[in-house]
Design a protein around this ligand. Structure first.
Ligand code: SG5
Ligand code: ZN
Length: 261
């Protein structure tokens, strides 16, 4: 279970900087992306490898989120786009809110979405995740936004069915659906070149400023019921983890780019 931090009270986001100085830095995430202020740019094509086929995957309640990892020999990776090297899949996880009007970490035009998926990848040439996080270009995170609707999203069905098995902190189970990574990591190739990108940080302590963020512009959807399942997992103090998003941080002169394919 990662770290002694939470989303409320004396261990909440406004206190993270006391123990983790980097959380007070100038290149923090998340941010509000104002479309009128973005700089358009044509990056090389963003490419996905190793997402096709099946992946044995595991789902964990780490006390802060629902996290999915894979120990399969078939490992997703990305290259191109704003990154000039290959980045390898480490884990994916979700951020949500106490109601459907909040939950995403990055905002677009000050609009919160109901949920955000983060796909964390590390720079392959550094050899491992642990080595990569020592470098300022060590990580890339893909961000996918979801708006709550009445209609369930089939790509969440298998996960939502198994969330009751990871209510307790530290629970770790095998996901029965071996196609879950394919669906979550690269859901829609047609929309994959339409993204915002900027330099920022991990959105949890230690808030390391080592992340090239790639936020896909086109939101997807999740049903109210599917979303409610995420809020039912517990955090370290035994209460329901009803929300786990960090508030937006100052942009402080950074440029946000939008890829124009
Ligand atoms: C790091 O940052 C952490 C995550 C953490 C995110 O990636 O470390 C690892 O992946 C270590 C293997 O913590 C864990 O995965 C705990 C084992 O936090 C979460 O997954 C909780 C939200 C934060 O990543 S983010 O900036 O994409 N939100
Ligand atoms: Zn995250």
């Amino acid at each position: 279970v990662a770290g002694n931090f939470s989303y409320d009270g004396t261990n909440g986001p406004s206190h993270w900087g006391k123990e983790y100085k980097t959380c007070l830095g100038k290149y923090q995430s998340p941010i509000d992306i104002e479309e009128k202020d973005v700089t358009t740019m044509t990056f090389p094509e963003l490419q996905f490898s190793g997402v096709e086929g099946s992946h044995k995957a595991y789902m964990t309640n780490n006390g802060h989120t629902v996290m999915i990892q894979s120990f399969d020999s078939n490992v997703p990776s990305i290259s191109g786009g704003p990154i000039n090297s290959t980045y390898v899949f480490q884990q994916l996880h979700f951020h949500w809110g106490p109601n459907d009007n909040q939950g995403s970490e990055d905002l677009i035009n000050n609009h919160s979405f109901s949920m955000e998926l983060h796909v964390v990848l590390w720079k392959k040439e550094y050899g491992s995740y642990d080595e990569a996080i020592k470098r300022d270009d060590g990580l890339t995170v893909l961000g996918y936004l979801y708006q709550a609707t009445d209609e369930p999203n089939p790509m969440f069905e298998s996960i939502v069915q198994q969330i009751p098995d990871i209510v307790g902190v530290g629970s770790n189970i095998t996901i029965s659906d071996n196609n879950v990574l394919k669906k979550l990591v690269a859901p829609d190739i047609a929309s994959a070149q339409n993204y915002f990108t900027y330099r920022g940080s991990l959105t949890t302590p230690p808030c390391l400023e080592i992340v090239q963020w790639i936020d896909f512009v086109k939101p997807q959807h999740i049903s109210h019921e599917q979303l409610a399942a995420f809020r039912s997992i517990q955090s370290a103090d035994g209460t329901n983890l009803t929300h786990n998003f960090r508030p937006v941080q100052p942009l402080d002169g950074r440029t946000v780019y939008r890829n124009i394919a």
